[in-house]
Design a protein around this ligand. Sequence first.
Ligand code: ZN
Length: 349
Amino acid sequence: MKVIYDEAQKKHYPGFFLTSGARAPNPERPERADILFAAALRAGLTHEVPADFGIAPAAAIHTPEYLEFLANIYARWRHIALASEEVIPNIHPDRRDGAYPLSAVGQAGYHMADTSCPIGPDTFASALRSSHAATQAARLVSRGEAAAYALCRPPGHHAFRDLAGGFCYLNNSAIAAQVLRERTPRVAILDVDLHHGNGTQGVFYERADVLTVSIHADPVRFYPFFWGHADERGEGAGRGYNLNLPLERKTGDEGFLAALDRALSRIQAFAPGALVVALGLDAYEGDPFGGLSVSTPGFARIGGLIGQLGLPSVIVQEGGYICDALGDNLVAFMDGLRASHAVARGVKS
Ligand code: ZN
């Protein structure tokens, strides 16, 4: 399996975010990429630098208004007297169907869901390279590779069509799914990150060709709070094509794997031609966010069960923050996935 990654994804370096109103160091640090990349090599993956696909793959998911905002807002922000070093919103609309503001401050509030996605001088370039990693991994898989790992950093699953949030700017998992859709009529996205994949759900909420399934800490008391509840099932043509499986805080391996079993049953019933795994590793018991309690061997079991589907699979990195076992958890997931994937695909072919 290949790991798709470009060092330029590390240039984005958010300084801080607000947690319970207080300034704290932003945990989505570039060093995450170093740890995950070293772990991918340790797991035996081979490195490939993504090609430059430009803006087109992102434009298949995100609105032109939003992409223009991401590309230009930092330079515009610099012209505001006494503005913060990074772009941080301080006002948000209570409805999104009204007029579009012209001011940088108004647009920041319109396009940024929270304070966890500051925009600095290198943010857009790094996010674009991260999306290229997802695009390249999806292209490899749609052209016959059994699986590929997109080391996407910054991550993407909290980004909606026109809204950044939760360390995310461009929705890499959605971009990968859309690339896969070019060659197969149905694609499933399985999000195992600690946090609900609200952006991904939002992108595909009214579509029946992309099934979105997310296992996460119950948002009734956890980020992203306003999405991720079990009664969100999709709308219009997409009704019944979104499945949320919220878990009690501190749920461990057995509870997580039971939810995964339900998720995989739904995916099998959908009969997709390909799978995107939105791989957050922050459900780990030692992750700084402390939401769930999956163990390192638990990640091997998660990978093993997903691999049993035998589907062509794009693994897209989402969350997972710096702690002793971050790299080990990726190795465990990959070992589990590849062992069972090889068996399942061998049996099928
Ligand atoms: Zn997360």
